[in-house]
Design a protein around this ligand. Sequence first.
Ligand code: TRP
Ligand code: ZN
Length: 490
Amino acid sequence: MASGRPAVAATTVLLFALGCSGAGETGAPAAQSTAPPGIASPASPPPAAAGPGAPGIGDPDFPGDGNGGYDVEHYALKLGYTPESRHLSGVATIKAKALHELTSFNLDLSGFTIERISVSDGGDSWQRGLAFERSGDELTVAPVNPIPAGAAFTVEVVYAGEPKPVRGSSNLGTYGFIPTRDGAFVTCEPNGAKTWFPGNDHPADKALFDFEITVPAGLTALANGELDGEPVTRDGKTTYVWREKHPMVTYLATMTLGRFELREGETASGIKNLAAVDPRYRDSLDDLYTLSGKITDHWATVFGPYPFSSTGGVVDDFSAGYALENQTKPMYGGFDPDEDIIAHELAHQWFGNSLSITRWKDLWLNEGFATYSEWIWSEHQGKSTAEQIFRRHYSADDDDPIWSYPPGRAEPDDLFNNSVYTRGGMALHALRQRIGDQVFFDLLKTWTTDHKYGYVTTEEFIALAERLSGKQLDALFDVWLFRQGKPATW
Ligand code: TRP
Ligand code: ZN
């Protein structure tokens, strides 16, 4: 689901206003364009001549990630998993739109044996048992007849095998589908979705997701969005159907499996709330549920209405030591989450999940904002103010590594550097100091409203900050985001 051209976006906005669907029978809103007039949005490059779809979506830092030539609208993932054998069987049905005439196209998939690939270009005419090629994590599918430019088409991939997580070559650690004793811990940022389903594994292509997950009876399967009906148990297996009805990037998708204790209900403002914890973290369940609800409601007053249909969180017994902002269900890996990290992951539901980056170099738009949100939460709680936290970080020595890494340009071999988080948060505080609380908080709400369910770039944020404040802010953003060295004045 790419942003369309500006004319398309205008239509989408109009449909929103009318309360109609912009995305077919699912009744879900379509992702909105953020592309300035005359500039094609990232996932829809200028129409190319007929030919193969590109093996990458065009992020120069991650050239193999995602794919070109098409735009996914919807993933339907039918998945079965047995923890004992670590066997996953999947049927992925992917609805997409061709951006140019496609003689072939690529999907990202890591491992597995492919049993069958079929393509339909609409109607009932399926081309089954298609030829495909695999090279590394690229799967190339060649339909018998090329897919016409602009056509909606459906790909079905039947696959099976033992999922293997990505063991980060750099400092990313292990991510993707991670088997655990009683199931799986699935956290995929930045490009680990390909470890459990074929797709366009880059944030520049959002889509809607349906999951149908079958596990041995007694286990719970947790995915994004909300359950559709009660789980059904038959022949010792239970099937859970989850639907995420809002656009989602692939790295936020999850199918976390295992034994879980659940608490369900609604936040004070009426948002569905689901907390799930591995029995080992039983004592965290009530706090996770209560804090997630309270913080989601508070963020809605600061950042604008909650963009999704449910909130909550999951604590699993896998000592990742980190958390991920999985859409509607942030995941906490092997620790008792405190309110700072819950505030962080829930802030991501706006910054990163509703508003998504199209290039990994802009990651501070996710992590800097989520980190700054922790400081706002602290201030709101009557603890340290954001100013105090800013000063504490600002007092770091001149040779502290935070000053040698400009956070506005996240480096592919060190994406999640502390600077992207902390100095990114400091950049927002420097901005708040300069433009004042009223304009700053108006800016946050305008930003989340203008790009709801869409895509964002750093340039767009700077332009909006300048427009709303009426100030020239190049120097401020330059020293905080793009320059090496400890900023002295701004
Ligand atoms: N985005 C996560 C955060 O909020 C950090 C993160 C990056 C992560 N990559 C991950 C977490 C992979 C789990 C798996 O800080
Ligand atoms: Zn984060």
